[in-house]
Design a protein around this ligand. Structure first.
Ligand SMILES: NC(=O)c1ccc[n+]([C@@H]2O[C@H](COP(=O)([O-])OP(=O)(O)OC[C@H]3O[C@@H](n4cnc5c(N)ncnc54)[C@H](OP(=O)(O)O)[C@@H]3O)[C@@H](O)[C@H]2O)c1
Length: 296
């Protein structure tokens, strides 16, 4: 059955895959963007800082389902531009979610592993959030708004998405290109995440939205891995020189915003209830490297 979708952030790393997949599935797709026009779906220019325009757009489109991906995603920028991060990640989310509730549209809010402090590994959905930086705080405040709304919603938290995008260079691609050009690079040995292959995430998000699965769910890859180990895996798969990988530690990084040391997510709920299962890093990387080869 064709569903009318409205997707925000539709030209972003995750959004561009989601709208492409939705169009392929023959859904009616309204692709909202700010600066970068999306390739798939019916494009709608919508600055999410313009609250009246958000309401007006939702009233005009009347979506059955909304996948809200747009956000201020630069973690260090959010730390210094707190008001901007609040307006985009919290207030805009509130306006969309309230309007969605009025129009009885199902709402999927894509959130982040950075709502956690990183003191424990493989957090389940009910683990208590405690963000270290402002980006995580603003995304958590978006979650809290939904928790207080009597409507149909799902909070889908993901971790280190990687995929192919014209502007955003994912971590695995940075590793591949650096090693191929024989460049030494410093890679963190003590930062652990659950890297997520974007096409796998996109299918899980679409399943959540079409089956209207409510509550909080962790949608990430199925493997907890350090940045360094991930870089080693890539060099092994491509037969590149591992000695170019210089192990470094999070305490040596000169970041404006603190990052959790371990933001890996437990995905047992997704494995149990979804048809599209979270992929292991071995599988996700194979698919990613294959996809890169095919676009050469
Ligand atoms: N990337 C990660 O590491 C990560 C990890 C966990 C969770 N997430 C979450 O996943 C979601 C998608 O992330 P992503 O990596 O795909 O994001 P992304 O590539 O950085 O894209 C962000 C999107 O937000 C849109 N946007 C920014 N300001 C806007 C405004 N004022 N009005 C309308 N749209 C605006 C951008 O639109 P234009 O391009 O048109 O300007 C862009 O499409 C986010 O909610 C993020 O918090 C990301």
């Amino acid at each position: 059955m064709s569903v009318k979708f409205l997707v925000t952030g539709s030209a972003g790393l995750i959004g561009s895959q989601v709208v492409k997949d939705l169009v392929k599935l023959k859904h009616e797709v309204y692709s909202c963007y700010h600066n970068q026009k999306p390739t798939y779906g019916i494009p709608i220019q919508l600055d999410l800082l313009d609250h009246d325009k958000i309401r007006q757009t939702l009233l005009e489109v009347k979506p059955d389902s909304i996948i809200h991906l747009a956000a201020a995603t630069n973690v260090d920028h959010c730390e210094t531009e707190k008001e901007f991060a609040t307006r985009l990640n919290v207030i805009s989310t509130k306006i969309i979610a309230k309007q969605a509730a009025k129009q009885l549209a199902f709402f999927v809010y894509v959130s982040t592993d950075y709502v956690f402090d990183g003191e424990h590994k493989l957090k389940k959905e009910n683990y208590v959030p405690n963000p270290l930086g402002f980006y995580g705080k603003s995304k958590l405040n978006g979650e809290i708004i939904l928790n207080n709304l009597a409507s149909s919603w799902c909070i889908a938290r993901t971790s280190t998405p990687f995929g192919i995008h014209p502007k955003k260079k994912s971590f695995p691609l940075w590793i591949k290109e650096s090693l191929e050009s024989k460049k030494e690079i410093s890679v963190l040995v003590d930062q652990f995440t659950s890297p997520t292959y974007v096409p796998n995430l996109s299918k899980m998000l679409i399943e959540i939205a079409t089956r209207q699965i409510t509550g909080i769910i962790h949608l990430s890859g199925a493997t907890r891995i350090s940045r360094y180990h991930l870089a080693e895996l890539i060099s092994d798969k491509l037969n590149l020189d591992k000695k170019l990988l210089i192990p470094t530690k999070i305490d040596h990084m000169n970041w404006k915003a603190p990052r959790p040391k371990d933001s890996s997510l437990d995905v047992s709920l997704a494995i149990e209830i979804l048809n599209e299962k979270p992929q292991t890093i071995q599988h996700g990387l194979d698919c990613f490297l294959n996809e890169l080869n095919n676009i050469k």
